[in-house]
Write a protein that binds this ligand. Structure first.
Ligand code: NAD
Length: 487
């Protein structure tokens, strides 16, 4: 975290749709609060895509963030279509902002079905790995595949960040939510690392919930949560669910934290339907600016701005359209910002104060190899093939083709279910991508590249191979999952 200094340079990205309007509200409120910030306005998003920049982010924007190490951004539109990456994801990847922090706290004056329950937790979402590494393939024209990347290093960084955040905010418990019961290797790694890391924070309680149960619990009893840490996609989905508990997207702030830069933004998108109409609720971006001020060490200014925002909501004299209701007249974004400015210096009556300390970013080794296996044994190889041949016909052909090699065909599977040999007579609805699992005839024998290539060459007489995975045992543990129906 940056130390407190006399003036903070911050990159400001107005963004698309309602972005410039809510960004403007933040600029005005922070100026009125006399926060020492020097904005560097830079661009990313729709207009940049239109200029033909495929990443959606201008080089000068990247250069500015590299220098300031801190950015506040409006929402960026992602063109729907083939090939182009999201500018948001690009920024996260450029600056390895691996930690997405989304506070979820009941707000005064904002009526929801949960009002009075005292919801107050933080979702900590891993932000760069998992399915959002964005590695996808069509294996055949009709079979798509995405790689879910979960690493020891990425999991350790985010789990430590969750515990550090608990410490900085005086929170008592960190819950890890995973799908480790099904995805034993990827989500399982995340859970194991969480359990390991939790031992370094003995004063903070820790528990684990299966993520589907966690979704259920968040709706049934959200007040039980304090900090919840998750892999990227689970965190993406559940943090949006969580923001609905406290009033919706207009109120949900977020921080994207990395070792070299931090990017603060509202959770919501560019809301094109209301863009340019002075209708957007700037609370989410103002709350994101509060997170930014804490990050910059401006704890007092953060409190002043947050208090003004809370008083504005508590009094409810000036509301944007998404907050109005029950016969109350909505005002615009500009009037709302003016009211927040008027309330600078006031404190809310009903909102319990939370003490914040500076968040300590965890230090995790940058070595590419964090885990070494003392013993590594080849078990075989999986060859994915494009074929519409029935497994009962293909199986014997492949068995015969690899005869004489130190590998034999153990089974064929289709979409993760064993279809050959089909001892149980399982009915399946196959697709034209099958997995041939070859196992070493004698465990412990070496598996040379020449043998793998010979397998591929012989397989190609019957089917087109599209993807190969080596099967290993690391320290006695299989480094691959079994198929449904595999012994
Ligand atoms: P959205 O968040 O823009 O809108 C969803 C709904 O919430 C709409 O009804 C909208 O009017 C309302 N809403 C959102 N923010 C509001 C605010 N501050 N005040 C009042 N009402 C608000 O989501 P979407 O429609 O799915 O996405 C629109 C565009 O934004 C897409 O191009 C999407 O890719 C992009 N997007 C960007 C980000 C980001 O930059 N981080 C996040 C989400 C979506």
């Amino acid at each position: 975290m940056a130390a407190k200094s006399s003036s903070h340079p911050v990159t400001l990205i107005p963004g698309d749709g309602i972005g410039p309007e809510v960004v403007n509200a933040v600029k005005e409120v922070l100026a009125a609060a006399e926060v020492p910030i020097v904005w560097e306005e830079r661009y990313a998003g729709a207009e940049v895509f239109k200029k033909g920049v495929g990443s959606g982010v201008l080089p000068e924007t990247v250069e500015s963030i590299r220098r300031t190490k801190c950015a506040l951004k409006g929402p960026l539109e992602t063109p729907v279509g083939y090939g182009e990456k999201s500018a948001n994801v690009t920024l996260r990847k450029y600056f390895e902002t691996y930690g997405n922090i989304r506070p979820v706290r009941e707000l005064p004056g904002i009526r929801t079905p949960y009002s009075g329950r005292g919801i107050d937790f933080v979702v900590v979402r891993e932000n760069v790995e998992d399915l959002y590494a964005g590695i996808e393939y069509l294996q055949t024209p009709g079979v798509a595949q995405a790689l879910k990347i979960v690493t020891r290093k990425g999991s350790e960084k985010i789990c430590r960040l969750a515990f550090e955040l608990a410490r900085a905010e005086g929170r008592k418990k960190v819950t890890c939510a995973t799908k480790a019961n099904i995805l034993k290797i990827t989500e399982g790694l995340f859970k194991r690392v969480f359990e390991e890391v939790s031992k370094d924070y003995p004063e903070i309680a820790s528990d684990h919930q299966i993520v589907d149960n966690c979704a259920h619990q968040m709706v049934m009893r959200p007040e039980q949560f304090d900090v919840v840490v998750m892999t990227n996609m689970n965190g993406d989905i559940l943090s949006d669910l969580a923001s609905a508990l406290i009033g919706g997207l207009g109120f949900a702030p977020s921080a994207n934290l990395g070792e070299d830069a931090a990017i603060f933004e509202a959770v919501h998108g560019s809301a094109p339907q209301i863009a340019g109409k002075d209708m957007a609720n700037p609370t989410a971006l103002l709350s994101s600016a509060v997170l930014m001020l804490r990050h910059l060490g401006e704890l007092k200014a953060a409190q002043t701005v947050e208090n003004a925002l809370l008083v504005t909501m508590e009094e409810g004299k000036v509301l944007t359209a998404d907050m109005a209701g029950g016969g109350r007249e909505p005002s615009g974004t500009k009037a709302y910002a003016k009211e927040v400015i008027k309330n600078l210096g006031a404190a809310p009556k009903s909102f319990p104060r939370r003490e914040h300390k500076l968040l300590k970013m965890p230090v995790v080794s940058h070595a590419p190899t964090l885990v070494k296996a003392a013993d590594r044994r080849p078990m075989g190889v999986d060859v994915f093939v494009e074929t519409d041949m029935s497994p009962g016909v293909l199986g014997p052909k492949i068995e015969a083709a690899v005869r004489g090699l130190p590998l034999k065909l153990a089974q064929i599977s289709n979409r993760g279910a064993k279809v050959y040999p089909n001892e149980l007579g399982v009915e399946s609805d196959p697709v034209d991508c099958a997995r041939l699992r070859f196992k070493m005839t004698r465990e412990g024998d070496a598996l040379t590249d020449a043998v793998v290539m010979e397998v591929l060459s012989r397989v190609s007489s019957y089917a087109v191979w599209v993807h190969v995975e080596k099967l290993n045992k690391f320290d006695g543990q299989p480094a691959f999952t079994k198929d449904a129906g595999e012994d």
